[in-house]
Ligand binder design. Structure first.
Ligand code: MN
Length: 319
């Protein structure tokens, strides 16, 4: 939904840390969807780090008061070669797409849209909740599956386990023996830990994964260091566990995965392998030849911003 998107090249093992680190990556505010949209804090892609496993995009929105208005209203827009993962702390969002899905998501549930070769969707508030607060994440698809048929799934029976005063919900992948039914295309994990006051929980990690943590509410101590909502804490690889503690109730999101070896290009709402594929996807959105229509939305689709006038080359901000 960004109106002045920069082209970003992501991935490659050089972007992953092969050892444990504590790297605090600041987020930046991005306005989505124009005057009736929302402002999000984006922590991926970041100036110094573009992916965590196959996770390539992290937008954290709210908590925003939407009393008396619809809140979020993001008109139909396209995606390619990625999955969108929506998770709410509060509020309700209705998902509509070009393959006929119409699904309201509430806290504790997962909306997973696999764009594959191309899909269009719209997201609107229901007007039935006083606040909206959550995240939208993207997962890049590997080359072998980047052109799969577009799919949408809603999960309201995610695996949950309790340990040390924390309630952990597994959104994607597997954690501590609990496995989500949501379909992944590369080895990865996404989980939320909701900590009660004075909770202390040790989560098992895989040394071959890289990980990051994002606090959604409260303040969560990560191996003894406080993490508040805002930045992403990148943990690197080579860990077998992480300890989360909280003096007061708090929620934190754990994202991880096998370092993504392929290089991808992200621009606007597209993931692709090179500049020319981005140009083609933009053109096919504009002409209406590829992505279908979100018939249930009843409004105009979001126009794509203009491509940069020069062919952008990878910016090479590897660590
Ligand atoms: Mn979208």
């Amino acid at each position: 939904m960004e109106q002045d998107p920069q082209e970003v090249t992501c991935g490659g093992l050089k972007t992953a840390s092969a050892r444990p680190v504590y790297e605090l990556l600041p987020g930046h505010p991005v306005a989505l969807g124009g005057s009736r949209g929302i402002t999000v804090t984006r922590t991926l892609p970041n100036r110094v780090r573009r992916m965590v496993g196959a996770w390539c995009f992290i937008d954290h929105f709210g908590p925003q008061d939407v009393t008396g208005n619809i809140g979020m209203r993001l008109p139909p827009h396209p995606h390619t070669e990625l999955q969108t993962v929506t998770w709410l702390v509060s509020g309700e969002i209705r998902h509509l797409d070009s393959i006929g899905s119409d699904q309201v998501i509430r806290p504790g549930q997962l909306n997973l849209m696999t764009a594959g070769r191309g899909i269009a969707h719209a997201e609107v508030g229901t007007g039935d909740a006083p606040t909206v607060h959550g995240v939208q994440l993207w997962v890049a698809l590997p080359g072998t599956d980047r052109h799969v048929q577009p799919q949408f799934s809603h999960h309201d029976d995610l695996p949950v386990f309790r340990d040390g005063g924390a309630t952990v919900t597994v959104l994607m992948g597997e954690l501590a023996g609990a496995e989500s039914a949501a379909r992944c295309y590369t080895p990865l994990v996404g989980a939320e830990a909701a900590l009660e006051a004075n909770a202390r929980v040790r989560l098992p990690l895989r040394p071959d994964f890289e990980y990051a943590l994002l606090t959604l509410t409260g303040k969560v101590d990560v191996d003894g260091t406080g993490l508040e909502p805002g930045p992403l804490l990148y943990l690197g690889s080579g860990r077998s566990e992480v300890t989360l503690e909280a003096d007061a109730p708090g929620r934190v999101l754990l994202l991880g995965g096998e370092p993504f070896e392929e290089r991808i290009v992200m621009w606007w709402n597209f993931v692709a392998r090179d500049h020319d594929e981005i140009v083609a996807a933009r053109e096919e959105w504009t002409t209406g030849s590829r992505f279908g229509t979100v018939a249930a939305f009843g409004g105009a689709k979001l126009p794509a911003p203009p491509m940069p006038t020069t062919r952008l080359t990878p910016r090479g901000r590897h660590r």
